[in-house]
Design a protein around this ligand. Sequence first.
Ligand SMILES: Nc1nc2c(c(=O)[nH]1)N[C@H]1C(S)=C(S)[C@@H](COP(=O)(O)OP(=O)(O)OC[C@H]3O[C@@H](n4cnc5c(=O)[nH]c(N)nc54)[C@H](O)[C@@H]3O)O[C@H]1N2
Ligand SMILES: Nc1nc2c(c(=O)[nH]1)N[C@H]1C(S)=C(S)[C@@H](COP(=O)(O)OP(=O)(O)OC[C@H]3O[C@@H](n4cnc5c(=O)[nH]c(N)nc54)[C@H](O)[C@@H]3O)O[C@H]1N2
Ligand code: SF4
Ligand SMILES: [Mo]
Length: 842
Amino acid sequence: MDRIADIWGPRTPHARGTVWPARVDRHLEEGVAEEDVERWVRSACVLCSNGCGCEIAVRDGRMVGVRGVATDVVNHGRLGPKGLYGSWAWANGADRLTRPLVRENGRLTETDWETAMGRIAEVSRRLLAEKGPLSHGFYTSGQLFLEEYYTLAVIGKAGLGTPHMDGNTRLCTATSAAAFKESFGTDGQPGSYTDIEHCDAIFLFGHNMPETQTVLWTRVLDRTRADDPPRVVCVDPRRTKVAEEAERTGGVHLAPRVGTNTALMNGLTRELFAGGWVDEEWVGRHTLGVEELRETVEPCTPEETARICGVDAGDVRRAARIFGESERVLSTVLQGFYQSHQATAAAVAVHNLHLLRGMIGRPGAGVLQMNGQPTAQNTRECGADGDLPGFRNWSNPAHVRELAELWNVDELTIPHWAPPTHAMQIFRYAEQGSVGLLWISATNPVVSMPESSRIRRILGGDQCFTVVQDLFLTETAELADVVLPAAGWGEKTGCHTNAGRVVHLSEKAVEPPGEARSDLDIFLMYADAMDFRDRDGAPLVKWRTPEEAFDAWRECSRGRPCDYSGLSYDRLRGPTGIPWPCTEQHPEGTDRLYADGVFNTDPEYCETYGHDLLTGGTVTPVEYRAKAPAGRAHLKGAAYVPPHEEPGDEYPLLYTTGRTVYHFHTRTKTGRSRELNRAAPDAWVELSVPDARRLGIAEGDRVRVESPRGAIEVRARIGHVREGAVFAPFHYGRWDPDEVAADGAPRQANELTMTIWDPVSKQPYFKTAACRVVKVADGDGPAPAPTTTASEPAGGSVPPTRGGPEADTSAEPTATPDYPCDPAVTHEAPGHIAEVAAPGRS
Ligand SMILES: Nc1nc2c(c(=O)[nH]1)N[C@H]1C(S)=C(S)[C@@H](COP(=O)(O)OP(=O)(O)OC[C@H]3O[C@@H](n4cnc5c(=O)[nH]c(N)nc54)[C@H](O)[C@@H]3O)O[C@H]1N2
Ligand SMILES: Nc1nc2c(c(=O)[nH]1)N[C@H]1C(S)=C(S)[C@@H](COP(=O)(O)OP(=O)(O)OC[C@H]3O[C@@H](n4cnc5c(=O)[nH]c(N)nc54)[C@H](O)[C@@H]3O)O[C@H]1N2
Ligand code: SF4
Ligand SMILES: [Mo]
């Protein structure tokens, strides 16, 4: 089976309330047969937040393929195209970094670890002596392991004492975390993937799940293609595969104007009130703020919503009716909301819909504020995003004290006098030079941060010494002062937690190339070089191995919402990943949160006292305590305000960006997979049919797309984006494995995006800007965009996207095992699920 052509593989439809059948997907390198595989090593895929349980095939000390784990709760054996073709093949690339590099007379030159780390420690010590800890900034990832983040967080917070630490999770799931905190008191995914098996309707808000969590979408398809399908509602300005499924199931496709999500959500919320679908009794018992919310959304009639969003008022009513009349709705939310205008307000509005209907904490009724990156959850819970580890509240002195005791350091060392510095601000400090050492690990900001020309200038300047820790000499590494070669997935051991809170252990399968070292070892090496100590003069970081780091983290998480105390490496070597919280009392983990209708909003327990969603203004501890939330969730709204950059005469179109199924981010892994790269070898932009006609642009023509900040020249796909909007994939930087980019013209989507962020989550807006498009030259064939996805051409004779012979994979149905945390399995009586009452309802 060619899983480039057939992205989701064959269907295994099944009835509501029954377990998703198992099927094992497998792919081996061309020329390697099953019997050639010497070992299968347990792991979980790190090419998206789904975190599918898998095993890595090893032969002659190399990774040569992968297969799904049938007993894993996350994927029931399945893998998607990125997992099959892209998870391991990059590791064998001839261009891996194998030795540290330091800049000598302007050029990066190979050296040994002692020299490279010596140079970092020298700069670090000098800056500490001259300027103190605020001279240090760390920009990390959503792609390392838990053990690595926790170690980095301890070094930053208790060793150095700098608040300037964040992950690229700021670009990714900061809004998810912020929305959880605002509504429920702390971070933590309420829902479960098993909700797919129990729901009557699925709402996808700005989430192109068919391309970005392909295995989760397979799970959805196996319900929507059954005899009793849930209805699908899609909120996306492009006609994605979600939109097609919405049409098939009698749902709705709402295609709002880019940047108007909050207006749409306010319209839907008002309809719940107007339709009498609010569960007043439950709301009274379990929430705060319903009257304020009712007032906020009151002006947002369907007609007003339709006017702002450019959708049909009848469709707004129909979507609200589906939400209002369903007993169990599952909502998922991702970058179409998080990276767009009024991000936190829009994401919180999804919580509001669920709270108003009392639809949270029971099977089928759940929210998945998705993550994107595989380990983004760990960045957040371990505090590598600047938050305090364990979802502790930096403005609660008792929480700071707990950490000081755990780490045996002075409370005053731990930064808590102001909010942690977000990534965009850290780069501002690096631009000004007040951050004199910026340490970047496992992320490629030259391609992935907004306004690329500015990022290149910041990293290329002399005002800040930069360290880059990566697998490859990326566009970012090329600008560094020191480059550290890291071991990647499969070359080191560690844990990560998926978007559904499921924790997996990824075991080391092969040796890293040359002198590359695990990120954990690199951080430990720095801690040693700096000789960080605790209050008693003992080494601050008391672990050496991943397992010891994990055990230290378990202690740190104990008693907090993300409680790992019942987990161990041994337990994670069992048949499946396990969802936190996992404690002695709940050894199998917890499938969904808030089943008792009690939220984490108690002032002594919560992670934040909250913000005004419109302005980002903070709620003070005194104000918060006065509300006496006592475990009730917060209903919070914000009026819609127009985006900062709206189309006008000069830039008449809306510019938005995102992904394609075949590539992961800046392609350092997927660009090195022949199968994946061939399916989407170069950049493009998507235009609507009417816009293309007006501009005289045909499929495959070369076009110049300009915003006030920059320009790109790429080929045009005439496709299914809504009129007035232009969509660009953000994967393509300067690096070009096959040198297919015609003429070296700029093609990086972020040349055009803005330096601007959400007032609450501080997540930058990659999905709102104004642009213009002009034709540069006739095309010599179709755009290099896939035909199998939302990028499908609107017409014409574009050859279908295929993988070819080496893309051959297998998919074997297997007996479906018992998944311990699936409610369809644990409640023995058939039909029991339908009777599970909402918390507090019975
Ligand atoms: N194949 C693949 N999968 C991935 C990744 C990858 O790079 N490639 N990356 C992973 C990561 S880190 C992430 S964060 C996720 C992201 O996963 P998604 O959020 O699903 O992906 P995006 O393409 O960024 O954006 C989703 C949709 O938002 C829509 N959109 C654009 N503007 C707006 C708007 O104003 N309003 C609304 N409602 N929608 C809008 C776009 O049309 C797009 O279809 O994917 C993860 N999975
Ligand atoms: N315009 C636009 N821009 C966007 C987005 C968008 O939708 N539109 N999405 C944003 C989002 S959601 C995200 S998540 C970011 C992603 O942006 P980036 O994080 O910059 O993207 P990646 O290409 O995943 O970069 C990860 C880097 O880590 C390296 N790496 C992988 N594994 C390891 C490891 O184990 N150790 C070390 N040291 N290095 C490793 C890889 O080689 C790669 O260079 O992009 C953001 N930028
Ligand atoms: S869905 Fe995500 S985690 Fe699963 S195989 Fe695909 S890329 Fe990997
Ligand atoms: Mo992301």
